[in-house]
Design a protein around this ligand. Structure first.
Ligand SMILES: CC(C)(COP(=O)(O)OP(=O)(O)OC[C@H]1O[C@@H](n2cnc3c(N)ncnc32)[C@H](O)[C@@H]1OP(=O)(O)O)[C@@H](O)C(=O)NCCC(=O)NCCS
Length: 329
């Protein structure tokens, strides 16, 4: 007599590439557990809606464009349960990859799961001849920063996201006895100079997720027409020196039903003279625009700017540290 016993598939533990047909509901649930405390209200709602929507059918979820963003990445499975995830995004620059959604379930931390998931990421990027892996991490997130540093990532700098609304803004008064610089509109042919100033003031990798395109300050006739049709507008204001070199830049972009987004760049040697007048100008311009929310991102170490933004009634939302790993090819 032959006795056969049922064979049980060995429960699997360890990292593997994400399988979009099966894993998305569990991954979203994991991201909800891990990140719900750190996201703002809007982010929490988006994630929990996505997690709920995905419970119905993995197949239908596969068709959702948001699922595409998870397509490249790894999960850690522990006896059929997904307890770790990391997502890799490609960028327009060949060889430049981003890491997002690094998450390990609280019950499984400090067991080396994140380190091994990141090792998978590094291997995959190297196989694709990638040169750089970049990521953003909340500045106060000591465990994650320790993890990335231990893997060889270096810190590039930190950017604070400030928020306000046109209705809340307070004017910035000029400093008595300080000459007020002339602030004029950027001329059409000066777009390369504006780009050069931006690049000089901000590390190119602090621009997230893509590097700043060289023609970002270029306005063509066609561009103006497209903006008009899409309810978008953008304006750039500059200061210059006696040699016609741009020394300061203020850019405000507006899109229908979206927050106004602005940026200020000042040559490091001129910050004391120009930052205040440019912030004052920004507030004056915004106060003439539709009453919407306003967002600005700025390097967190710029104390003068931080003071001025607080005075203008902006609130810091969060500071993200940017890190980069350069790979040997
Ligand atoms: C950050 C996180 C992914 C780490 O996952 P993990 O699986 O526990 O990490 P590992 O066990 O692989 O740890 C690897 C290294 O990271 C560092 N590290 C991890 N957790 C740490 C902690 N709580 N305190 C200090 N260092 C820590 C250590 O250097 C550790 O190496 P060691 O154990 O040899 O000392 C996890 O804590 C997490 O999911 N946090 C919430 C989500 C998050 O912050 N994600 C990062 C977004 S950018």
């Amino acid at each position: 007599m032959i006795i056969t016993s049922p064979t049980h598939e060995q429960p699997k533990s360890g990292p593997r590439p994400i399988n979009l047909n099966r894993d998305v509901p569990q991954v979203l649930k994991l991201l909800e557990v891990v990140f719900s405390g750190t996201l703002d209200v809007e982010g929490q709602r988006m994630l929990s809606n996505s997690a709920r929507a995905s419970e119905g059918s993995s197949f239908l979820w596969r068709l959702n464009p948001a699922a595409g963003k998870l397509a490249l990445g790894f999960v850690w499975e522990e006896h059929g349960r997904i307890v770790g995830n990391v997502t890799v995004l490609t960028t327009k620059v060949p060889g430049r990859y981003l890491v997002v959604n690094m998450a390990v379930h609280p019950e499984y931390r400090r067991q080396g799961i994140a380190r091994l998931l990141m090792a998978q990421v590094q291997k995959m990027v190297q196989q694709r001849h990638g040169r750089q892996i970049l990521l953003q991490v909340v500045k106060e997130n000591a465990p994650a920063i320790a993890l990335y540093k231990s893997l060889g990532f270096v810190t590039l700098g930190s950017m604070t996201a400030w928020h306000s609304s046109v209705a809340r803004l307070r004017p910035i008064e000029p400093t008595p006895d300080m000459p007020v610089p002339r602030i004029r509109e950027l001329r059409g042919h000066e777009w390369q100079k504006a780009f050069a100033l931006d690049r000089m003031c901000l590390h190119p990798d602090l621009n997230w997720p893509e590097v700043l395109p060289p023609d970002v300050y270029k306005t063509t006739l066609w561009g103006r027409f497209a903006n008009f049709v899409n309810g978008r507008r953008a304006e750039s204001w500059v200061t210059d020196d006696e040699n016609n070199q741009l020394t300061g830049l203020l850019h405000i972009a507006s899109e229908w039903a979206q927050a106004h987004t602005t940026l200020i760049r000042v040559q490091p040697a001129r910050q004391g003279q120009l930052t205040r007048p440019l912030v004052a100008k920004m507030v004056r311009r915004l106060q003439q625009m539709p009453r919407r929310n306003v967002r600005i991102e700025h390097p967190d170490h710029d104390e003068l700017m931080n003071d001025l933004l607080r005075t203008a009634n902006f609130t810091p939302r969060r500071t993200l540290t940017h890190m980069r790993l350069d790979l040997d090819i």
